[in-house]
Design a protein around this ligand. Structure first.
Ligand SMILES: O=C(O)CCC(=O)C(=O)O
Ligand SMILES: [Fe+2]
Length: 275
């Protein structure tokens, strides 16, 4: 098995390429706890990632072992896409090495499914390091932060993620304390917001926002989304997915491998000095 990474996967986002968040994006992210950025990927990039996911789901054995993951090989560039780094370095930590990628999954909802994914979770002011959201000394501190790459069109109200704007800062109820009002979780309660967007768009939310998947009812295309969870380097919420194994991680560029370092910041710094 060829485990040598293709050279094009070795390119990575250089600091000067990072696209900073605009002041207005920061305002919206702080206000609502989420942000939808349309048309981030080019048509070619969308095709490349879709094709990789297709092979990954239907013919995984045909991929070299180190590419057997949704965020590996031709999709590896998504990990530190300049738009994503601009956001994560604003809301998690300005130092790229203090940002971890801790979970990833692919959402393939389609109109033929009968199972309803509605399952609201999180919400309310929270000190849990992974689910917290804070604004302090002029900056945002978002704990676990979700990056969603929508690779197909999402029609508003027909299956995108649903979120309760502002719920990351709610004071009167807390999911953690199990006091979130059941009536607010009704899809028709009026507190929910969702989005429509073209293929190649980015949705970012603080995991501290109350949110849920919803039934895909758009018949023309299924959902194809990669959902990644980033967190501060000193905390871990998820156990690593099987696809985030040493072979896959070892096939990535050195800079991207650092997203998968363990939570021992001191030990990681020591290893860096020893190099
Ligand atoms: O499936 C969805 O749209 C939402 C998934 C979710 O809960 C998450 O990404 O944290
Ligand atoms: Fe979630």
């Amino acid at each position: 098995m060829n485990t040598a990474p293709a050279t094009d996967t070795l390119t990575q986002t250089e600091p000067e390429e990072i696209q900073p968040m605009s002041e207005y994006e920061k305002f919206i992210f702080d206000l609502k706890g989420f942000l939808v950025i349309p048309n981030v990927l080019t048509a070619e990039e969308i095709e490349t990632v879709r094709a990789h996911l297709e092979t990954y789901s239907k013919n995984i054995e045909s991929l070299p072992e180190h590419q057997q993951a949704p965020i590996a090989g031709p999709a590896e560039f998504l990990l530190d896409h300049p738009r994503v780094m601009g956001i994560l370095q604003t809301v998690i930590d300005p130092n790229r090495e203090r940002i971890r990628m801790e979970s990833v999954f692919v959402s393939n909802r389609s109109a033929t499914e009968t199972q309803d994914p509605w399952g609201p979770h999180v919400g309310g002011t929270n000190l849990d390091p992974s689910l917290s959201y804070r604004y302090h000394n002029g900056r945002i501190y978002s704990g676990m932060t979700r990056i969603v790459w929508e690779l197909n069109e999402v029609v508003k109200g027909k299956g995108g993620t649903c979120l309760v704007p502002g719920s990351h800062k709610a004071n009167m109820a807390s999911a953690q304390e199990k006091t979130w009002p059941a009536e607010a979780d009704d899809p028709n309660s009026g507190v929910w917001e969702t989005y429509g967007c073209p293929a190649g768009s980015l949705v970012v939310f603080s995991e501290g926002v109350r949110h849920t998947g919803s039934q895909w009812t758009h018949p023309d295309n299924p959902r194809r989304a990669i959902l990644m969870a980033y967190n501060h380097a000193s905390v871990r919420f998820h156990e690593p997915k099987p696809c985030m194994n040493p072979t896959v991680i070892g096939g990535m560029s050195e800079a991207r491998q650092k997203f998968f370092q363990d939570v021992w910041v001191l030990s990681n710094n020591r290893k860096k000095k020893e190099k």
